[in-house]
Each structure stands twice: as structure tokens, then as C-alpha cells.
Design a protein around this ligand. Structure first.
Ligand SMILES: *Cc1c(COP(=O)(O)O)cnc(C)c1O
Length: 228
């Protein structure tokens, strides 16, 4: 199937899930995760109306950002792991970062965000499955980290992101997303103004939409399987 067809099917999948859970589909953004896919795939999706693209590997991302700079409305989101020595390039070339999970990185992104650009939009990545090996801040550390990061001048803290352990069972998929939504609501009760829940991928977007996702990050269901 072509990318254009897959994009339309995906939009229908999002619309159907939104209606089922009494949500306005226009409040759910599709983020096309284009990692490992060539610039031509990004251009095809752009021509079909897609504007937001996500990448996980910095070097590869920078090449594609450069190759697609003629597309006027394209908006880049970084969703991958962040090493300190990569923070400057991330702060310079992206509009959003979904994978911040420690203060040191947030501080660097704020310090390094170029003055001529608007503040960098940030989501804090939360380790919603409690596995030691997983990236992300624990729920218990989240309030402190969010409060501190929300004061950094060149960042705009927008919300939370999670990448849970895979499951094929709907209620198991839904549980970590429920916890993420509740964590966001708790932060907002403490005075933050967060509007973004970045959760749900190709195989669990319905469960994420059921729990209030405002960004679903989709790779495989749009671009097909990845080789690596
Ligand atoms: C690769 C990736 C996705 C997309 O996953 P699919 O299962 O292919 O839809 C979403 N989020 C992050 C952080 C990723 O690295």
C-alpha cells in the first residue's frame, strides 16, 4: 500500500477511535515517525497533508531535515534518546523534544536554544512500566522535575510522553496511558499548564486515544515495517 493510502487509513483509524471515546478528532495530532525512512517518503507524506514528523537518531535526522528544508510547513519532533553532546544540534534543529527525562539535558537545551527561535516545546518522558532498564523519569520523581523544568526560560514545557512495554491486550495497553493522563492532571492541579499527552504508536493508538492522547507517534502503520 502507498504512504498516501496508509495516511488516509490512519486518519480514519484516529477519527473512529476519537468518536468511540467521545473525543474531538481535531485535538489528536498524528506525528509521523520517519526514522530509517528516506526523504522521499517524508515528501510523499507531506504532499498528502502530513506536517509533523518525528525522528530518533540525530545524525540521520539532520540529513533529512536538510533534505526537506524546501517544505515550508514541516515541523520536526525529536523522540529519541538524548546524549549531552547532541543537545545543541537538537536545540537548534527541532521544534519539539518528547524525550527529556533529566534536568541536566533540559538545562542544556534551554541554554542552547537559539535566540531567534521560539522556545523549544518539551515533553517529559515517563517510565510508565517501572522497568529499571527503560528510559524516562519515574512517576515519583516527576513533580519535582516538571516544576524545575517549567521555569527554564527557553523551554516551553507542554506535557508528558511514554513508550510502554509492548502488549497486544487492550486493557494492558491502556493502563500506562491512564497513569500518564492522571500524572498530567495532577501536575496541572499543582499549577502547571500542560496540554500534551504524547502516547500511542501503531499497535496501541486506540488505547492511547481512550486515555486522552493528544499526539500519537506512528511509524510502521504509515511508512511500513523498518529494516532495522
Ligand atoms: C519508532 C518510534 C515510534 C513509532 O513506532 P511504531 O510502532 O513503528 O508506530 C514511536 N515513538 C518512538 C519514541 C519511537 O522511537
Amino acid at each position: 500500500m502507498t504512504i498516501t493510502t496508509q495516511l488516509h487509513q490512519l486518519q480514519q483509524r484516529i477519527d473512529t477511535a476519537a468518536r468511540h471515546y467521545h473525543r474531538d478528532p481535531t485535538t489528536i495530532r498524528l506525528l509521523a515517525v520517519s526514522k530509517t525512512k528516506p526523504p522521499s517518503a517524508i515528501e510523499t507524506a507531506y504532499q498528502a497533508g502530513q506536517r509533523h514528523f518525528g525522528e530518533s537518531y540525530l545524525q540521520e535526522a539532520l540529513e533529512k531535515i536538510s533534505a526537506t528544508q524546501a517544505l515550508p510547513e514541516i515541523c520536526w519532533h525529536y523522540v529519541g534518546p538524548i546524549q549531552s553532546n547532541k543537545s545543541r544540534a537538537i536545540a537548534t534543529h527541532f521544534s519539539w523534544v518528547h524525550s527529556v527525562d533529566r534536568l541536566k539535558i533540559a538545562q542544556r537545551l534551554s541554554d542552547q536554544r537559539p535566540q531567534h527561535l521560539p522556545p523549544l516545546n518539551i515533553c517529559l518522558q515517563v517510565n510508565s512500566s517501572g522497568e529499571e532498564s527503560k528510559a524516562g523519569v519515574d512517576f515519583s520523581q516527576l513533580p519535582q522535575l516538571a516544576a524545575t523544568i517549567s521555569t527554564l526560560p527557553r523551554l516551553r514545557l507542554r506535557g508528558l510522553m511514554t513508550l510502554p512495554a509492548r502488549s497486544s491486550e487492550f486493557n494492558r495497553q491502556r493502563y500506562p496511558f491512564q497513569r500518564l493522563r492522571e500524572a498530567l492532571e495532577a501536575l496541572n492541579r499543582e499549577g502547571l499548564q500542560l496540554d500534551t499527552l504524547s502516547m500511542g504508536m501503531s499497535n496501541d493508538l486506540e488505547a492511547a486515544i481512550a486515555e486522552g492522547a493528544t499526539v500519537v507517534r506512528i511509524g510502521t502503520a504509515l511508512f511500513g515495517p523498518r529494516q532495522r
